[in-house]
Ligand binder design. Structure first.
Ligand code: COA
Length: 246
């Protein structure tokens, strides 16, 4: 488990909060493990009707911990915790809602493509600097991104690494609503979802979602490329530059 992931169940909602404010909620291996465990638990808990992701003020997540990225290149099973988390995320049957305030970078953005509703504050920004880091899209974002937003917007976000403000993310269809009270609004929506007939919601959601097998296959395909890229001179130089910042 990780002290940086907190889980609270109330009113049928399991709130999973990233809480590593000093690192802008960058997600390390232990946090991926804790996130996967929390999702397993929530999906199997009969009292839970909806899952809510939240961060800290100013940071939903600054993405994967770059120190871990640098270390993955030599690891025996590189990215094991990340891939396990992604597979778990893609297999969740219950509705997932997210509340974003501030930074949503890398996995902080691609995770949102697995959510059913995303609320964000006006100061939120969305960015996936994969190419600049010598990397490729992950979390099945190369499949879900074009489906949600069309090819050109997905390209601008996921390959060009454009930074989007909340209104751009809203018009692209990456998020559902923008407002100062994003977390409160997300909490209200999650409670409303949890209060509805569970089986009907579950089946309705499953019908709306892209085939889980295709998502799982894309996660694996992206991860193969991602592992190769992690070892590339381009990526190692980008990680070293970030870690050496003064
Ligand atoms: N991995 C590891 N540490 C990170 C991090 C990440 N993804 N994002 C932020 N941090 C750390 C910083 O190193 C810094 O640590 P320090 O105080 O020990 O030096 C701390 O979090 C605060 O970050 P800082 O850069 O000082 O804040 P900022 O507001 O100036 O900038 C970001 C915030 C997110 C724009 C900037 O930190 C950044 O670009 N991070 C990398 C984002 C990224 O590329 N993620 C991977 C995507 S695939």
């Amino acid at each position: 488990m990780s002290e940086h992931v907190t889980v609270e169940v109330a009113d049928g909602v399991c709130r999973i909060r990233l809480q590593r404010a000093d690192k802008k909620n960058a997600i390390d291996r232990a946090m991926y493990g804790a996130l996967a465990a929390a999702l397993h638990e929530a999906d199997g808990d009969e009292t839970v009707g909806c899952i809510l992701f939240a961060g800290v003020p100013g940071a939903f997540s600054a993405g994967n911990d770059i120190a871990d990225f640098a270390g993955f290149a030599d690891a025996e099973r590189p990215m094991a915790e990340l891939v396990d988390f992604l597979e778990t995320l893609a297999a969740v049957a219950k509705p997932m809602v997210a509340a974003v305030d501030g930074l949503a970078i890398g996995i902080g953005t691609t995770l949102l493509l697995h959510c059913d509703l995303v609320y964000a504050t006006p100061r939120s920004i969305f960015r996936t600097p994969f190419s600049d880091l010598g990397l490729v899209p992950e979390a099945a974002s190369s499949l879900l991104g074009p489906l949600a937003m069309g090819h050109q917007r997905a390209f601008a976000l996921l390959v060009m690494g454009e930074t989007w403000d909340a209104d751009t993310a809203l018009s692209a269809g990456l998020i559902y609503a923008v407002g100062e009270s994003a977390e409160g609004d997300a909490q209200t929506a999650a409670r409303r979802i949890a209060a509805k007939p569970r089986q009907a919601v579950r089946i309705g959601r499953a019908l709306l979602r892209t085939a889980p097998d295709a998502v799982r296959e894309r996660i694996a395909e992206e991860a193969d490329h991602f592992r190769d890229r992690l070892r590339s001179p381009e990526a190692q130089a980008a990680f070293a530059a970030f870690l050496k910042r003064g």
